[in-house]
Design a protein. Structure first.
Length: 303
């Protein structure tokens, strides 16, 4: 485990409004989560960089639906070396998985991690919002560049019909995440033209967001970047990487495999072992448990 976190602030999500609500902004620091995810998945630097951008994007997306007690699942399926990436958000807890976390790519000519190469330049971004009431709400967009920032900006503009500016960044090397985070700015319907123009002028500040976040607090950055836009910080909430899997949930998943599969497992005489894709926790289920599942105890396990 790497313990070389230089900036002491914990991961968090900052909410603010600008010019009395003409625009709203969310900022996320996700350095610790990105380091934990890199450690859990034994990730290559390219994978860590991709996770270090996807995590803050999903945290901010989750921050928008939070008041509705929603659960969010974001899947990025591109044609890059990393394969499918999935991130789940529930409240302020996130979990993330990557299909090929060890796939490594050389840095780009500019010396950055090759996130687009890892994610893929074509593919899909799927967002599923589940509010525990009725059918989940699903939206799908095509990837724009695979850099993730542009892809999420496209998602907000198309699916949520809100002009949005998104910047995501991760600074990492040799297994160590120095900083990870992002910003999302949305123009509200009453946003005036001059506010929009003022916001567009800020774009160059965000180009290197991982370096900006590296040694400054989110609040300090927000007040600095938006000093002439009447920034009003509403709240700062903690963020954490925490999986919600459990032995019980895994047992149900095992039961859902069906009789044939369970009988096959029993015949091997060995424990059935399942690994969670998100936290890599492995759980073993012995023959007795498999027999109990077969005898129908799991049939009422529809969850
Ligand atoms: Zn798990």
């Amino acid at each position: 485990m790497t313990q070389s976190l230089i900036y002491p602030d914990p991961d968090s999500l900052l909410r603010l409004t600008l010019r009395k609500g003409q625009a709203r902004a969310l900022m996320a620091r996700s350095t610790r989560m990105a380091q934990q995810a890199a450690d859990i998945h034994r990730a290559s630097d390219a994978a860590a960089a991709a996770m270090g951008r996807l995590l803050p994007a999903c945290a901010m997306l989750g921050g928008l639906v939070k008041e509705e007690k929603g659960r969010l699942t974001v899947t990025v399926t591109g044609d890059g070396a990393g394969g499918r990436m999935t991130c789940g958000v529930s409240g302020n807890r996130l979990k993330i998985s990557v299909e090929n976390p060890q796939a490594e790519l050389p840095p780009t000519p500019e010396g950055r991690q090759d996130v687009a190469g890892f994610v893929g330049r074509s593919g899909r971004l799927v967002v599923v919002k589940d509010f525990n009431a009725g059918e989940p709400f699903t939206s799908v967009i095509n990837l724009v560049s695979g850099e993730l920032g542009e892809d999420f900006a496209h998602y907000f503009t198309i699916s949520e019909q809100t002009p949005s500016l998104v910047a995501l960044g991760c600074l990492n090397e040799a297994g160590t995440v120095l900083s990870s985070g992002g910003i999302l700015i949305q123009a509200m319907p009453q946003c005036q033209e001059r506010t929009l123009r003022a916001l567009e002028l800020r774009i160059p500040f965000f180009a290197n967001i991982s370096r900006e976040i590296y040694d400054r607090s989110l609040k300090e950055l927000a007040l600095d970047w938006f000093s002439d836009l009447e920034p009003d910080v509403l709240a700062e909430e903690p963020l954490a990487l925490r999986c919600d899997c459990s032995r019980e949930r895994m047992r149900k998943a095992l039961g859902a495999l069906g009789r044939e599969e369970l009988e096959k497992m029993l015949r091997t005489g060995e424990d059935a072992r399942l690994t969670c894709h998100f936290c890599r926790t492995e759980r073993a289920f012995g023959p007795e448990e498999l027999r109990a599942l077969l005898s129908g105890e799991a049939t009422d396990g529809a969850d």
